[in-house]
Design a protein around this ligand. Structure first.
Ligand SMILES: *Cc1c(COP(=O)(O)O)cnc(C)c1O
Length: 413
């Protein structure tokens, strides 16, 4: 499952990640380092040169006409893409086992680009309710202005999702695993429902990453990642990606050229560089996540731990079946603590820094109540499963012993 196919032709290391016909199979770490890149590069450099150009020139009028007639694969104008972005798109497609990947200037730009392409006035979309809240907000508050109807049902309640689908439904959406409750979705059931009811399926796999699960292999139509998180991995850039079949993504790419939510070559150089160590980093994130979740679940001051790698998690069996590892994100509840006592645990930490986001090499810690839901009335927060004593920690790649010692001292303050 974690292998990609190498086909070495036309000076390209093409790791299609699909099919059985390649001369040999490459692992995910080899693909992270080499996939999508030309074997021999400009100036014979080992790294890709950052190609700063807003426009691309033609030798003659004839060469423009050839480009148009033959649909030549070359650059034209920067809003339609740039060479650094193309390398990253090929690499991400290989990692997810996709025919194609379209990169955007943020995760949110990616989902907006996809939904704006696929949904028309009168269409309906159904979300599992633990989905990234801004994606639901975009549909409920903004696509609604263009006549798109949004439904939300309880996460993993497939009967409720089935009941919410009608002849106008175009797409069903879930995150897996979800944030901050880390619910893993049964992808086989999700895809089966989509196929049975004739609707497209979209999975936000930001927390899983293609290291831990590749939803396209289950038959999901679109995979969405915030590349800002584990894919880039260094808390130093924003980007997003949609992976899927070339045919389904062609109109999506055309609309991106109009929306203009494109990445600069500099940003794409950073993402390519971050991706080189993607597989290595994920191994450590998975190890740290598991070890720290186990430590927390045995700690007397911790009431409950949400981590799919723990037997106590309601979706542990699904996670075990579908995921190679369980990632670095952990949510836990501090026993008998009000929101201020919970904040005190966070403030006592010395290694994890306090902030939103996840998936970087630096550990981050936050209280969802304060960081994301402070303006919501308590009963609405409760309905989202956000509790006053909840802490979310994104385990970085620091030494697990150091993170555990730090949490131990913070919890005993
Ligand atoms: C961060 C995040 C997003 C949004 O991505 P941006 O890059 O911040 O726009 C979407 N889904 C999940 C699960 C995320 O963590």
């Amino acid at each position: 499952m974690q292998n990609a196919t190498i086909v070495d032709k036309k000076n390209q290391n093409v790791f299609s990640g699909q099919g059985e016909s390649g001369p040999r199979r490459a692992g995910i770490s080899t693909a992270s380092v080499h996939a999508g890149e030309a074997r021999q590069k400009a100036y014979d450099a080992i790294t890709d040169a950052i190609c700063c150009s807003s426009t691309y020139t033609f030798e003659s009028t004839d060469s423009i006409l050839e480009y148009i007639r033959e649909k030549q694969d070359r650059e034209e104008y920067g809003r339609y893409g740039n060479p650094n972005e193309k390398v990253v798109e090929r690499k991400l497609a290989a990692l997810d086992g996709a025919e194609d990947a379209i990169v955007y200037s943020s995760g949110m730009a990616a989902i907006v680009g996809l939904l704006m392409t696929k949904l028309n006035s009168g269409d309906e979309i159904v979300f599992f309710d633990q989905c990234y809240h801004r994606s639901r907000e975009f549909c409920a508050k903004h696509l609604s202005r263009f006549g798109v109807v949004t439904h939300q049902v309880t996460t993993s309640d497939f009967d409720a999702m089935d009941a919410a689908i009608n002849e106008r439904t175009k797409m069903i959406v879930s995150e897996s695993p979800t944030n901050p409750h880390l619910t893993a979705i049964d992808l086989e059931q999700f895809v089966a429902l989509g196929k049975e009811r004739g609707v497209e399926t979209l999975i936000d796999a930001t927390l899983a990453t293609p290291f831990n699960v590749r939803p396209l292999e289950y038959g999901v139509d679109y995979v969405w990642h915030s590349a800002t998180k584990y894919l880039a991995g260094h808390n130093d850039l924003l980007a997003g990606v949609i992976c899927g079949s070339r045919e389904k993504l062609e109109p999506v790419r055309k609309l991106r050229g109009i929306l203009g939510c494109i990445n600069s070559p500099h940003n794409m150089y950073l993402l390519e560089r971050g991706l080189k160590t993607f597989a290595l980093r994920m191994e450590r994130h998975n190890q740290n996540g598991q070890q720290i979740a186990e430590f927390l679940s045995n700690h007397p001051r911790v009431e409950r731990v949400f981590y799919p790698g723990l037997k106590s998690h309601p979706s542990h069996e699904i996670a075990k079946r579908t995921m190679k590892g369980f990632g670095g994100l952990i949510t836990f509840l501090v026993r008998d603590a009000d929101w201020k006592e919970t904040a005190a645990v966070i403030d006592a930490c010395r290694i994890p820094k306090i902030g939103p986001s996840l998936g970087g090499v630096e550990s981050l810690i936050e209280q969802p109540l304060v960081m994301s839901y402070f303006d919501y009335p308590p009963e609405v927060r409760e309905s989202f499963g956000i509790y006053d004593n909840m802490i979310r920690m994104s385990c970085g790649i620091e030494d697990p012993e150091d993170l555990i010692a730090d949490l131990e001292q913070a919890l005993s303050q």
